[in-house]
Design a protein. Structure first.
Length: 310
């Protein structure tokens, strides 16, 4: 029997696994609005709680995580948005309250907003920064996992447009419009394989942390890379993931100079685990990394959600 099949819902082709109902497949593809989260808990450092876990095939359905295993949410963020509220486009304004260099090629920019942004981990906003115009960025967390409910934290690659962090002036106006994109975290399914290069770790970190709170028993593997080993700024984040039970975490770099012993040489795609058709893959980073991982996922028929970092 083929590991994956397809069907047509409302005139659109939808990929699904044997045993899934058309409703389950349509929910997973975002074609219809999901109901509120299964347990209604908010994520630590996140705004809205993710949508309900995706139901697995009848042959491999697991019991949901007990409520006792889910950390209590902050009373100030106890509201879980419904389907209509999630889908509503937001126009938010705020100001830059912190800028720091995470690595030679990565900046962390924190914006305090007038109200909490409602989005799923991995979704992006069109963000306008002072003097830089509009670009697509995914809100994430600080490397220690913290973020206030009315904050938007961004990991941004430094390029010709961004020089020293001081050029992003504290107090400068920030505008957000969104959320946009369909590469967000979806609870339920097979093994979660997360891949990132450079500043692409930002959205992957948001997805990984959400998954550990919502599905603490779900199998997870990470492959994280950077062009320069000095830009592997996320070790504190990875230590937290290891402490929660994530066993396979690989760091890699494309340059061999000044490479620590625990960092492998080569691109991210070369250090993925052996992929399976039941895997759910999220990849974020430059177009080369995203394309390579998409090709590997397509070769085995695995579901892949790409996030290209501009």
């Amino acid at each position: 029997m083929r590991a994956r099949c397809s069907l047509v819902v409302n005139g659109r082709a939808v990929r699904c696994s044997p045993g899934e109902t058309p409703l389950e497949a349509a929910l997973a593809e975002g074609m219809i609005a999901p109901v509120p989260g299964l347990h209604g808990a908010n994520l630590l450092g996140q705004g809205a709680a993710p949508a309900m876990r995706r139901s697995q095939g009848r042959r491999a359905r697991e019991a949901p995580a007990p409520l006792s295993e889910i950390p209590e949410s902050d009373p100030a963020s106890a509201h879980s948005p419904g389907p209509q509220e999630r889908a509503k486009q937001q126009n938010l304004k705020g100001s830059i309250t912190a800028v720091r260099r995470l690595g030679p090629g990565i900046l962390e920019v924190v914006a305090t907003l007038s109200r909490r942004p409602l989005h799923e981990p991995g979704q992006a906003f069109t963000v306008t920064l002072p003097g830089l115009g509009a670009r697509s960025l995914c809100p994430t967390l600080r490397v220690d996992g913290s973020a206030e409910i009315n904050e938007a934290v961004f990991h941004i690659p430094r390029d010709a447009e961004i020089g020293d962090p001081e050029e992003l002036i504290l107090g400068g106006e920030v505008k957000l419009k969104g959320p946009i994109g369909r590469s967000h975290y979806r609870p339920g399914g097979g093994r979660l394989v997360l891949a990132a290069s450079g500043a692409g770790f930002g959205p992957i970190w948001a997805i990984a942390r959400a998954a550990r709170y919502i599905e603490p028993g779900r199998d997870m593997a990470l492959s994280i890379g950077a062009r320069d080993a000095l830009d592997l700024y996320m070790r504190e984040s990875l230590d937290w993931l290891r402490a929660t039970g994530v066993g396979r975490i690989v760091l890699c770099t494309e340059r061999g100079r000044q490479r620590p012993p625990d960092v492998r040489l080569g691109p991210v795609g070369a250090h993925l685990p052996q992929l399976r058709a039941t895997d759910v893959i999220h990849v974020a980073g430059d177009i080369g990394t995203v394309g390579a991982v998409q090709a590997l996922a397509g070769a085995v028929g695995a579901r892949c959600y790409p996030i290209v970092v501009e």
